[in-house]
Design a protein around this ligand. Structure first.
Ligand code: PAF
Length: 254
């Protein structure tokens, strides 16, 4: 049975108790609305650590569009069921005031990579991500933390932050989980209409094709996507597109 911690002090007391101290712990931070992609991160952690902590916190500081934050699905009961089946031992569900006692006066900023790709389109997004991940890694106190490659830019930034600040947690990258037609699993997929969901499969197909970035952009536009960017960096091709109000991101190795 998964044990749910509703406050940070409750978790910290348990983490430092003889029952928990010194035993291998894996950590998976999430914003809830969990799907098979999150379950795969938890399963990997459960294979590699005696116990796994998952945090569920919809982090307002990483949403630069308040409508996006408002629409973000909140599905706590279903999430706890998914976590339990995937093998998580503990869930931490803190609230904003507890996690941000400073009301975000203190923040972690990266000055280069965070300005590119999604950072160019969403000012301040990665400040919010890095700040909350720094807080959560410190609170979790785990040996390893698991992050999906779907958010590859986020993964690189978190790896860089861990190195820059000598954080004692190993960051473990995990492969993107895809549906049969190639669409990367994302909590945002639930907001696609059935027609948009069908159309969405063209995004990973074109991103992984032999076409160049400009030709991919044109083909996506012709297929009804609004293209935020298609760019090649770090030996990967990155893309962000919109279908109606839903923004999808993906990346593939090239
Ligand atoms: O990838 C996510 O779900 C979020 O950016 C994270 C890492 C949980 C921070 O809020």
């Amino acid at each position: 049975m998964i044990r749910v911690f509703r406050t940070i002090p409750e978790w910290l007391t348990f983490r430092d108790s003889p029952e928990c101290r010194g035993r291998p712990l894996g950590f998976v931070p999430t914003m809830g609305a969990l799907h098979a992609g999150h379950a795969a991160l938890v399963q990997r952690s459960a294979e590699e650590n005696e116990r796994t902590l998952v945090s569920i916190f919809v982090n307002p500081t990483q949403f630069n569009d308040p409508r996006d934050l408002e629409k973000y699905p909140r599905t706590l009961e279903a999430d706890l069921g998914i976590l339990e089946r995937a093998g998580a031992s503990f869930a931490l569900v803190p609230d904003y005031r507890e996690l941000y006692p400073d009301d975000y006066r203190y923040r972690v900023q990266e000055e280069e990579l965070s300005k590119l790709l999604c950072g160019g389109q969403r000012p301040g997004h990665f400040d919010g991500v890095l700040t909350v991940v720094m807080k959560l890694l410190n609170i979790a106190g785990a040996g390893r933390a698991y992050f999906g490659e779907k958010d590859y830019q986020q993964l690189l930034l978190i790896q860089g932050m861990v190195r820059a600040f000598f954080l004692p947690t190993e960051i473990v990258p995990c492969q993107t989980v895809r549906q049969e037609d190639g669409l990367a699993l994302s909590s945002r997929n639930a907001r696609l209409t059935p027609e948009q969901r069908n159309a969405a499969a063209a995004f990973p197909r074109l991103l992984g094709s032999t076409l160049g970035p400009q030709a991919i952009r044109e083909a996506l536009t012709a297929a009804g996507f609004e293209v935020d960017y298609i760019e090649e960096r770090f030996g990967r091709r990155f893309g962000a597109v919109r279908l109606g109000e839903v923004r999808l991101i993906d990346n593939v190795e090239i």
